[in-house]
Design a binder for this molecule. Structure first.
Ligand SMILES: *Cc1c(COP(=O)(O)O)cnc(C)c1O
Length: 475
């Protein structure tokens, strides 16, 4: 095979290859282990030198599908509890295929009115879903890291302007260091955003008086009194135990001290969907910027972050002024929607479609029901942990993460034991969850985010842990 033009007639058949393997793959997701380590050698089939002569569309896709459906980590199934990653609802998955079929240049109205108009619709729907003010500006981003980057880039621009500097045009040189305060809950992704923005990864001052990392409000007030205009990062959903910073009190302080409040709600923003947990987010509507992530609790495929900014003009100023160097991009036409100029990316896929489809398919009620099912499942797991003499709950279950460890009788070094248990769980592959460090102890911290997860999947966590604990003790 050579020039793809000769395979134009095979384009639909090529899609059919994937559609052909999908039913068996999807049907098997509930039963299959999350990860089968014995399939790793299959990956060798994908390696080798760059082919001189192509194998043709159908052959290449059959090969990739054959290896992929077996050797993948089946993280879109119901028992992937590692990190905080959701799966992909049927509607979102279908729309993701459509995104590829239509292959729109997603950001520019001149290139695709379909994509830009849909992005506007989903941003409005998401603001409504999270009870954020309609007046907020927004943009879809590849991930929560990029959403944090988007919010913090606006914060940096605002802060520099307080010092009389246009940071977009002139950069940070000559400015003092930007004061950034948070609790110990601050996520590595906010630090990465700071690193990329030239603010320094390690320059977040974390103000906490306890070993959990929770915010010391009095220390924050004190710091703000001394710092001048500053940026505060509030964390809505901490990754070890699902705890929240006190956003309302932080908003109060930000307003009183002329500072910027950024909220990282990568998964925690979804607490807004249930009256049982929405109180955790009180005050979020007063934030200057908010970041979140659809690939987590919305259950749309990667890549699907979103950033909201109280003053929509800030997005344009922070990302839109490309100067005169790009005249061909029809800049400066105020009537054209141009999401490329509202966020850190330029060309990008039409990532609004999966979000639109899942919200249209299941609505506010459906997504609330899913979130509440996960809240119930987290409680069920927490109750199971508390009922077991060999397990210890390390933090109250506030949301969808259960933080606990194994404490079998007679084990002196619990950190070492739980580290080994964590490795054994991943090796086993029936349920997939990792370890972390919480209050100085090695813990397990399954996060329940996938739309497919049921009570049986949760109960299997406890069964697998009991079985592997017994095996490790017998070694
Ligand atoms: C997952 C997560 C992020 C980063 O999200 P990505 O989509 O991986 O970039 C940021 N903050 C919090 C609290 C998270 O849980």
């Amino acid at each position: 095979m050579s020039d793809p033009i000769f395979e134009a007639a095979l384009a639909a058949e090529a899609l059919g290859v994937i559609a052909g393997v999908a039913p068996a793959y999807l049907d098997g997701l509930d039963a299959r282990p999350v990860r089968d380590h014995s399939t790793a050698p299959l990956l060798d089939a994908l390696a080798g030198p760059l082919p001189e002569k192509g194998h043709g569309s159908i052959s290449a896709l059959e090969e990739l599908a054959r290896v992929g459906t077996v050797a993948a980590t089946h993280s879109s199934g119901p028992r992937f509890f590692h990190f905080v990653t959701g799966g992909s609802t049927p509607a979102a998955q279908g729309a993701d295929w459509l995104t590829s079929l239509l292959d729109q240049a997603g950001g520019l109205e001149t290139a695709s009115q379909l994509a830009t108009r849909t992005e506007t619709v989903v941003l409005d729907w998401l603001k409504d879903l999270f009870a954020l003010p309609e007046s907020f500006g927004g943009v879809l981003t590849p991930s929560a890291t990029f959403a944090n980057l988007t919010g913090l880039a606006c914060a940096r621009m605002w802060w520099a302007s307080e010092h009389g500097v246009d940071v977009v045009a002139d950069g940070l040189a000559g400015l003092p260091r930007m004061p950034v305060f948070s609790s110990g809950y601050v996520h590595a992704s906010s630090r990465k955003a700071m690193q990329l923005l030239g603010l320094g990864r390690d320059r977040v001052v974390t103000l906490s008086g306890d070993d959990r990392g929770s915010l010391d409000l009095a220390a924050l007030e004190d710091a703000l009194r001394k710092s001048g205009p500053a940026v505060i990062i509030a964390n809505a959903g901490e990754v070890n135990a699902g705890d929240f910073d006190p956003i309302e009190a932080m908003a109060e302080l930000a307003e009183r001290h002329g500072s910027w409040l950024h909220v990282d709600g990568a998964f925690g923003l979804f607490a807004a969907l249930s009256p049982r947990t929405s109180g955790l987010l009180a005050g979020v509507e007063r934030a200057d910027s908010v970041a979140s992530d659809g690939h987590k609790w919305l259950n749309v495929p990667y890549e699907s972050g979103f950033a909201f900014v109280k003053n929509p003009e800030m997005l344009k100023l922070a990302f839109g002024s490309w100067g005169a160097a790009a005249a061909y991009l029809t800049m400066g036409d105020p009537d054209r929607l141009d999401y490329n100029r509202l966020g850190p990316e330029s060309s990008r896929r039409a990532r609004a479609f999966p979000i639109w489809a899942t919200l249209r398919a299941y609505g506010r009620e459906g997504h609330r029901a899913m979130v509440e099912r996960h809240l119930d499942l987290a409680r069920r797991l927490g109750d199971g942990v508390e009922a077991s003499p060999e397990l210890e709950l390390m933090a109250p279950v506030r949301l969808n993460i259960v933080c606990f460890r194994a404490t079998p009788a007679g084990v002196a070094d619990l950190d070492d034991f739980n580290r080994r248990l964590g490795r054994a769980i991943l090796e086993d592959g029936r349920v997939y969850l990792g370890t972390s460090i919480y209050r100085g102890a090695v813990v397990l911290r399954p996060a329940i985010v996938n739309w497919r997860t049921t009570g049986a999947d949760i109960d299997l966590i406890l069964d697998v842990i009991a079985e592997l604990t017994a095996r490790l003790l017998a070694e």
